[in-house]
Design a protein around this ligand. Structure first.
Ligand code: SAJ
Length: 432
């Protein structure tokens, strides 16, 4: 199938790079976002999200004249839906953005068009939720052979925040069609820029593949977290134990830490639990294990200080993982908030987001402001500049002598010899 013009709905972390990449490949792209502020920012050369290399890519796409930013879709050969799928407080998937995006396409859908859903979604969303909405156009979701039908596929985004631009092009791409013609059309579209393998399957399999990938990671992080609690109780160093265990050719234990953040791995497993609660005790438990990690770290800090009320704590790192500036669903933020809630005087420093504004958590723009006057320094994210801090340096910059390392960032230096009392997550006497 040939594509000249496409519409990408949702200009966030996935939609914007995707729209821009297609545009730089010569396609005419209408990038659509319902948020007027996002549209205005992009139209005036700004960027509302941070991702390495994205600014240059978007500028190239806009500069080529191929990318247009709008608040509404228009007719096109293909429509890609890349909107968020968060969950409600009760962990049920919030599909309102997908529904709204699909409804906005209906008036523009023409026979032979291709619609692709990229948003992570519960199993069967493409056929049970999306197809019926699009069929309100009067066309049928089918093989595109009839002159009254459209093509429909699910193709999950699988890129790692921080490496989106490279992974978008190089990763293997899964395309699940509601039928063969839809999968083939999806392949023709993504082959315009994907250099990784393109794997064709059906729509529900593709949905499950995405959910299984992130659930697999969550469950494996949960076991690492559980190992860290066991190691602390039994007086050993979990990091050393993991390194040794991983020398086994069939073992690859992930890293324990302050919890699982971001908007994917902490969310997606719930879509499976919601879809089949009776079949998913392991997945549910893994989520609960990971969700309790922030409290494990708060307890470590409390044990170091004796109590939290009024105590001065420097929190180093707020992002959800190392060397990114993304604070969404960050365990470090949760920990900082819990400390404030317990009466501590927190000064949080996030080197990649100096203007971080988190309700209730005082954040400062320099490391020294965070360290000054602190009684305890908590390392919550293994950002490179924070991991590289040396004991003699810290000795001069803070009166604090109590340290908590939740991410194995300060393992290799002799903190104790320098006069610090360091508690490390997963190390005997530390966590539990
Ligand atoms: N984490 C650990 N221990 C580990 C690895 C990660 O505690 O050993 C924590 C991180 O610190 C972070 C969270 O887990 O808080 C998630 O980080 P991540 O790097 O594992 O994943 P994300 O959320 O940045 O991106 C994931 C990726 N999925 C997989 O690796 C299976 C990415 O490929 C997906 O595209 C993305 O989710 C998504 O959008 O679904």
């Amino acid at each position: 199938m040939n594509f000249e013009k496409i519409c990408v709905l949702g200009l966030g972390y996935i939609g914007l790079p995707t729209a821009s990449t297609f545009a730089t490949q010569g396609l005419r792209v209408i990038g659509v976002d319902v948020n007027q502020k996002v549209v205005e920012t992009l139209r005036t050369g700004g960027l509302h999200i941070h991702e390495p290399g994205l600014r240059t890519l978007v500028q190239a796409a806009l500069g080529s004249g191929n990318l247009t930013i709008n608040q509404q879709p228009e007719s096109a050969d293909a429509f890609i839906i890349a909107v968020p799928t968060p969950f409600y407080d009760d962990k049920k998937a919030d599909m309102r953005h997908v529904v709204a995006a699909a409804e906005s396409i209906v008036p523009f859908l023409r026979p032979g068009n291709l619609v692709v859903l990229e948003s992570t979604s519960p199993p069967r969303t493409t056929i049970d939720l999306l197809a019926p909405i699009l069929e309100r156009s009067g066309l049928k979701a089918s093989d595109g052979q009839s002159d009254q039908s459209f093509l429909l596929a699910y193709s999950p985004e699988r890129v790692l925040p921080g490496q989106i631009l490279r992974e978008l092009i190089e990763n293997a791409r899964v395309i699940g069609g509601i039928d063969r013609a839809s999968a083939d059309a999806g392949r023709d579209l993504y082959a315009l820029f994907v250099r990784g393998e393109i794997i064709l399957t059906n729509a529900t399999t593709a949905e499950m593949v995405k959910l299984m990938e992130n659930t697999y990671r969550d469950v494996n992080i949960a076991i690492a977290n559980e190992f860290s609690l066991l190691a602390a109780r039994f007086g050993i160093d979990v990091w050393e134990a993991i390194t040794i265990a991983n020398r086994h050719p069939r073992v690859k234990i992930l890293k324990p830490g302050p919890g699982v953040g971001g908007h994917c791995i902490g969310v997606d497993p719930w879509f499976l639990v919601e879809a089949a609660p009776d079949l998913t005790p392991l997945i549910r438990t893994a989520r609960q294990v990971n969700d309790r990690q922030p409290q494990v770290v708060v307890d470590m800090i409390c044990r170091q200080l004796g109590n939290l009320n009024g105590r001065r704590i420097a929190v180093l790192g707020l992002a959800y993982k190392p060397d990114v500036d993304d604070l969404r669903e960050s365990p470090a933020v949760e920990i900082a908030q819990a400390l404030v809630h317990a009466g501590a005087q927190v000064r949080a420093y996030e080197p990649y987001k100096l203007d971080a504004q988190i309700p209730g958590v005082p954040s400062v723009r320099t490391l020294d402001e965070a360290l000054a006057g602190a009684e305890l320094v908590a390392l919550l994210v293994a950002h490179t500049p924070l991991r590289e801090l040396q004991p003699d340096e810290l000795l001069k910059r803070t009166p604090a002598r109590l340290l908590v390392d939740a991410v194995n960032g300060w393992a290799n230096n002799d903190w104790e010899a320098a006069g610090f009392n360091l508690a490390r997550l997963g190390v005997g006497g530390g966590a539990q």
